[in-house]
Design a protein around this ligand. Sequence first.
Ligand code: ADP
Ligand code: MG
Length: 479
Amino acid sequence: MPRADWEVVIGLEIHVQLLTQSKIFSGASTRFGADPNTQACAIDLGLPGVLPVVNEEVYKRAVTFGLGVGANINTRSVFDRKNYFYPDLPKGYQITQLSDPIVEGGEVEIPLADATKIIRITRAHLEEDAGKSLHEDFHGQTGIDLNRAGTPLLEIVSEPDMRSSAEAVAYAKYIHQLVTYLKVSDGEMSQGSLRCDANVSIRQFGDNELGTRTETKNVNSFRFLERAIEYEIERQIGVLESGGTVNQQTLLFDPDRGETRPMRSKETSRDYRYFPEPDLLPVEIDQAFIEAIRQNMPELAPQKARRFAEEYQLSDEDARSLSADSHLADYYEKVVGVGKDSKLAANWVRVELLGQLNRKNIDISETPVDAKELGYLIARIKDGSISGKIAKTVFEALWEGEAESAESFIEANGLVQVSDSSELQPLIDSIIQNNPKQVEQFKAGKTKLMDFFVGQVMKETQGKANPKQVNELLNKKLG
Ligand code: ADP
Ligand code: MG
């Protein structure tokens, strides 16, 4: 049976690390990159005699997310114990939320190639992260780093609404954009701040029931997500078409081999013997808490794109691209604030700045060219004191760290454009005098030669003459 006969069904569980200074139930730091086992305290390890206390920041972030997807915020939520054994979980249980999560319902509208699609959110609940098993550098043994233990996570569960790997990736990217915009998470995927579990099944078109799914755990890049889902779709089609049945399983994606492989057979919630966490009271929040957060909700990407298009007169594409990342959007607005030309600013940010950042694989938050400096350059292009070409030279110098500021570099290198006609006039006169043959041909109708004359002036002034002015003066002289 060809692939076109199978309908793909995908639901994602996305674990987002919440942007807080300290852990979900303790004061230990959440900073990334510390030496192993220096950031887990007695509470994170569940040593006897200590009690967890809920970090209020965690609740603020979760409510912010809930409001961002139009969900219900439960004013009463309950923590539960999920019991299992794993070397990176010395407590023997994870504190999570089962039947009374903080966030329920809601939806997002994701952009696809030529349409948008609504994906429903089932729920989002709070939980603690576990530690990490380290297999490298331990010569056949396994090291355990418990720094992550107790790190606050929000697990965002979608309905099985996606129908292709492309839709799943678009949804995951949308959630990533949303949580970074809302400052709910730093979204650093390379540091494990956003991980996806992909639930995939297939069924015949027209079937009402869902097929048996597999769950591929802990996929930490969009590219791997797409590849893991594609691999899984083909594998399941292969199994069903050769008369087999898909086993409900938990899988791991191996990026080196580009394939999924079984981790364990799927457990059910019964296996975990959930019960309400006896060391924590149910958390009650009031409407005032929710309203205070609602008042401070930042503008989200789609709204920002609309505002950019209107306020700055940008094309839809420019507006969307510049608002895709909240840091980039902030940068752009700073450039406009100083440069006062929104279209020129859009061009420079998209072509020069993003071009360089992409080539060098640098994030906007680490750009060597300050928004104020780029704004200054744009203001100088606009008032005619430097040409676009010179501006590129200055930008280059700023990028390479060879210039203190755009202003001082322009000054020190005498780059200010010559648009003073008393300076240009004698130069033009002498060029006309020294090129009688070209003047004759120009007057005989070979108007293409204008470029030659402009080029001569530029050569003499090392590119600093204002081209518009040169054209005018030459036309007056030769015309
Ligand atoms: P669990 O917590 O055991 O993983 P849930 O029922 O909470 O299971 O579902 C988890 C995720 O799996 C959700 O995102 C849901 O949309 C998705 N899902 C459930 N059934 C299927 C299915 N048959 N095919 C694809 N995705 C599914
Ligand atoms: Mg699951």
